[in-house]
Write a protein that binds this ligand. Structure first.
Ligand SMILES: Nc1nc2c(ncn2[C@@H]2O[C@H](COP(=O)(O)OP(=O)(O)OP(=O)(O)O)[C@@H](O)[C@H]2O)c(=O)[nH]1
Ligand SMILES: [Mg+2]
Length: 366
């Protein structure tokens, strides 16, 4: 049997748990698979269970546990990790690992792992480390046990917080405290430079929205820049600000930042709060939406659900300023869509609708 390091990629199965009436199996399966792929996993198969009465020790029922255990044992591929699309306690992870004989990671751990792999700036690295520590704290004993059992490598074990094996609770709490202070210091330094920016009287525009909606692509198009944009979740983890020319000597400062997702782990919201609040605090928000996500999701379509999720997070962050909803990727639409007030249809790929968007920006900033 090859080890993870030799294979270079871990094989995974995903397990989707639907517990609410609003949970959509197809959407959840697609999303967790895309997250797993973004984290570098090779998804071999997906499992699903509609859970009404929770099994306290394993979340999914004993029959499902047995079915998955048999699958893993008999699969021609060596399965390295089971990704559970549901928040698990430390003991639930341990019980599932005991049953399956492979590493188990939950959705929160997976998203934090993606952030851990992608963080570049000092601030993003500190924020990710804080999120990892906040996630780890209630799971410390389980983590130490499991990392020993499954080699301490691969998904869930990477990034700024990877050398946690010798930590105890007291050391971890101290580190959390120190990280919060370091992040606050960076924030206050940024506020000084922000004041400088305000003094230069440039209005501030922030790009917000669901991950993979095209925020970075829009910044690139509007400012003729070339920052990283890619067809995966959480391509952007660092805040980037660029000057945007609005015509006749007028400029604004356009800021791109981390994207949103349903059930964004609270550890990440807490750790990235300074970045997110600052974005939400701009004079104008461009809420970017991938309008090509037209699959039905209950009474709504997928892009409409994404709008609701983003709005909810923005409300939580206290965003009160003007918003333009930018319905992006119009080039991928098969037919016409209804455009509501404050919505503008664009494509950053073809440039369609961009002039109209710039007009709306100018109008709202004046
Ligand atoms: N067809 C089409 N693809 C687009 C359009 N805008 C962006 N994309 C693609 O969508 C993917 C995501 O774009 P990004 O700009 O990275 O999206 P983002 O919102 O910054 O994503 P995160 O930083 O990961 O949250 C990339 O592969 C882009 O090339 C568009 O108008 N049409
Ligand atoms: Mg981006």
């Amino acid at each position: 049997m090859k080890t993870v390091q030799e294979k270079n990629q871990e094989n995974a199965i995903t397990i989707v748990v639907c517990s609410k009436k609003s949970d959509n199996k197809v959407r959840k399966t697609d999303e967790i698979e895309k997250l797993a792929t973004t984290a570098g996993l090779n998804v071999v198969d997906s499992f699903y269970q509609n859970v009404k009465d929770f099994n306290r020790s394993t979340v999914i029922g004993t029959g499902k546990v047995e079915e998955i255990k048999n699958y893993i044992e008999n699969c021609k591929e060596v399965i390295d990790v089971a990704v559970v699309d549901y928040p698990l306690t430390g003991s639930q992870v341990k019980n599932l690992e005991d049953a399956f004989g492979v590493k188990v990671i939950d959705r929160v751990g997976l998203i934090i792992d993606i952030f851990a792999q992608g963080a570049q700036s000092r601030e993003a690295k500190l924020q990710v480390k804080l999120a990892q520590d906040l996630y780890l704290l209630p799971r410390l004993s389980q983590f130490q046990g499991s990392s020993g059992r499954f080699g301490g490598v691969g998904v869930g074990m990477r990034g700024p917080g990877e050398s946690k094996l010798e930590l105890n609770r007291r050391v971890l709490e101290k580190e959390i405290d120190s990280l919060k202070k370091q992040i606050a210091k960076i924030k206050s330094q940024r506020q000084i430079s922000r004041r400088e920016r305000l003094e230069s009287r440039l209005p501030k525009i922030a790009l917000v929205g669901y991950t993979n909606s095209g925020k970075s692509s829009l910044l690139n198009l509007l400012t003729k820049d070339n920052i990283y944009a890619d067809d995966k979740y959480f391509a952007t983890l660092d805040t980037t600000s660029r000057k945007l020319f609005l015509g006749e000597g007028e400029y604004a400062l356009l800021t791109d930042t981390v994207g949103f997702i349903s059930d964004l782990p609270h550890q990440l919201v807490d750790a990235f709060s300074s970045t997110l609040e600052e974005a939400a605090d701009a004079d104008l928000l461009l809420h970017v939406v991938d309008v090509s996500l037209q699959k039905r999701d209950g009474d709504k379509r997928e892009f409409e659900v994404n709008i609701d999720i983003t709005n909810k997070l923005l409300d939580e962050l206290g965003a009160t300023k003007n918003r333009i909803v930018v319905l992006n990727k119009s080039d991928k639409l098969a037919g016409p869509v209804e455009i509501k007030n404050h919505q503008i249809l664009v494509s950053t790929k073809t440039g369609a609708g961009i002039d109209k968007l710039l007009d709306a920006i100018k109008l709202l900033l004046n």
